[in-house]
Design a protein around this ligand. Structure first.
Ligand SMILES: Nc1nc2c(ncn2[C@@H]2O[C@H](COP(=O)(O)OP(=O)(O)OP(=O)(O)O)[C@@H](O)[C@H]2O)c(=O)[nH]1
Length: 433
């Protein structure tokens, strides 16, 4: 494992890397997490003062038992079976809804993670010497449901991933069942296409973990990825076998050329990935996995973080624009409705009677009167605004509108709040209701 996660001079204060394990059902995600969790615990036991054990989250609501201790478990807050019963759902709908419900608690989850896994400001103390800071975990490990699409393509998955990536370097570990995937070229290609779609959907650095290397090692898969001709040779051999076996006279042609073309197209994608072979059963290759994680941590900081910041700033600008448009539309609507009533202002007649803003002709205080005089002297300079024949009133209305607009804007800003993800979560919660 790369030494940068721990410091030789003191406890690690580097933020941990979040490793999110995704993969098809049965690829070995849970066993893999169990293995890397055990490896990190071993490291911690070897030097408890410099590194803390990993922080583990189980996000699979349907798993019966997990073979590792998780610090946060979705099953503690959502009862998958009850969700299925209450909402009359099947297994996949149950998992999706459970994740949605869990994502409504994302602010609490992030609060806990940040408290446990990020450096905390020193506590005020009367002691002359500050105690050394506690070591932080070097990794946050997340197990996800086997139904990849439920996690990767759902709103809740996006909320969880973006919340994590905004606080920690985040890496996707795509777990592949090596013996099954390398059984033939089309299964291999299908799995690679799945990995691509996850890469493009999450836009996070990815490591391909060829698991179960104790059964079949990853060399063939790696060769197919790195050497286009080797893949073509395997394809040709499969086609010949199918023809000899009498089962492949029709599909081989178009399938073969499709696979051929795709292997060329995927070359660039393969270059962007780290590939490791691991046996979760024996522990072989785990060191190599952690080295790849360190490489991806650097890549995250270098390439993904600025991109994330840019996307967030863009979203913020869009939000501000939408807010401004909403306020303008609202002000426009109010102006129209007040004109329709024939008052030329916001229910001014009623306002005068009910103690609201007094009409202009009836100044209540000296300062009101002075302000009206000033308005009169400036009326020639004022332009634009509502098409009111009474320019005097228009000027005052414009000022009133400005104040109102500012208040609406402030209220909307407060409403928008700091975490978009939390709002989305609230939205989901409401839509569940
Ligand atoms: N031989 C071998 N078997 C493995 C390895 N990793 C996992 N398995 C086996 O593969 C099966 C599936 O493993 P899991 O860890 O449950 O897979 P999963 O991806 O979490 O499964 P879901 O939770 O259903 O998505 C189990 O029988 C494991 O014992 C490995 O490295 N070598």
């Amino acid at each position: 494992m790369a030494s940068s996660t721990t410091s030789s001079t003191g406890p690690s204060q580097q933020p941990p890397v979040a490793v999110i394990c995704v993969g098809m059902a049965g690829s070995g995600k849970t066993t893999f997490i169990q293995r890397i969790n055990a490896h990190l615990h071993e490291k911690h036991q070897q030097s408890p003062s410099t590194t803390a054990p990993p922080y583990v989250l189980n996000l699979d609501p349907a798993v019966r038992s997990v073979p590792f201790d998780s610090n946060i478990d979705i099953r503690d807050s959502v009862n998958y079976k009850e969700v299925m019963k209450q909402y009359n759902l099947g297994p996949n709908g149950g998992i999706l809804t459970s994740l949605n419900l869990f994502s409504t608690k994302i602010d609490q989850v992030m609060g806990i993670l940040e408290k446990r896994c990020l450096p905390q400001p020193p506590q005020p103390t009367t002691e002359p010497q500050q105690p050394p800071p506690k070591p932080l975990p070097s990794h946050i490990l997340l197990d996800t449901p086997g139904q990849i699409e439920v996690f990767v393509w759902s709103a809740s998955g996006t909320i969880l991933l973006s919340a994590l990536a905004s606080s920690f370097p985040t890496v996707i570990a795509y777990i592949i069942d090596t013996p099954r995937t390398t059984a033939n070229t089309s299964t291999f290609m299908s799995n690679m296409l799945y990995a691509i779609s996850i890469l493009y959907k999450t836009r996070l650095p990815m490591i391909l973990v060829f698991n179960k290397t104790d059964v079949k090692d990853e060399s063939e898969a790696v060769e197919w990825m790195r050497d286009f001709e080797a893949f073509q040779a395997a394809l040709r051999k499969e086609e010949e076998d199918m023809v000899e076996g009498g089962s492949g006279s029709g599909g081989g042609g178009y399938m073969g050329s499709l696979l051929n073309s795709m292997s060329l197209v995927l070359e660039e994608f393969y270059n962007a990935l780290s590939v490791v072979g691991v046996s979760s059963m024996t522990g072989e290759g785990v060191e190599g996995f952690f080295e790849a994680v360190e490489g991806k941590r650097e890549e995250f900081e270098r390439d993904y973080k600025p991109e994330l910041a840019r996307r967030r700033a863009e979203a913020e600008t869009q939000k501000t624009q939408v807010r401004e448009q909403e306020v303008s539309r609202m002000m426009g609507d109010m102006a129209v409705s007040s004109k329709a009533k024939g008052t030329g202002r916001y229910g001014a007649g009623a306002a005068g009677k009910s103690g609201g803003r007094p009409r202009r002709e009836e100044p209540e205080t000296v300062s009101d009167a002075e302000a009206m005089d000033e308005d009169e002297s400036e009326e020639g300079e004022e332009e634009g605004g509502l098409e009111d024949p009474d320019d005097e009133e228009m000027t005052e209305d414009a000022m009133f509108e400005e104040g109102l607009k500012a208040r609406y804007e402030a209220a909307l800003r407060e409403q928008q709040g700091p975490a978009a993800s939390v709002r989305s979560a609230e939205y989901i919660k409401r839509s569940q209701g």
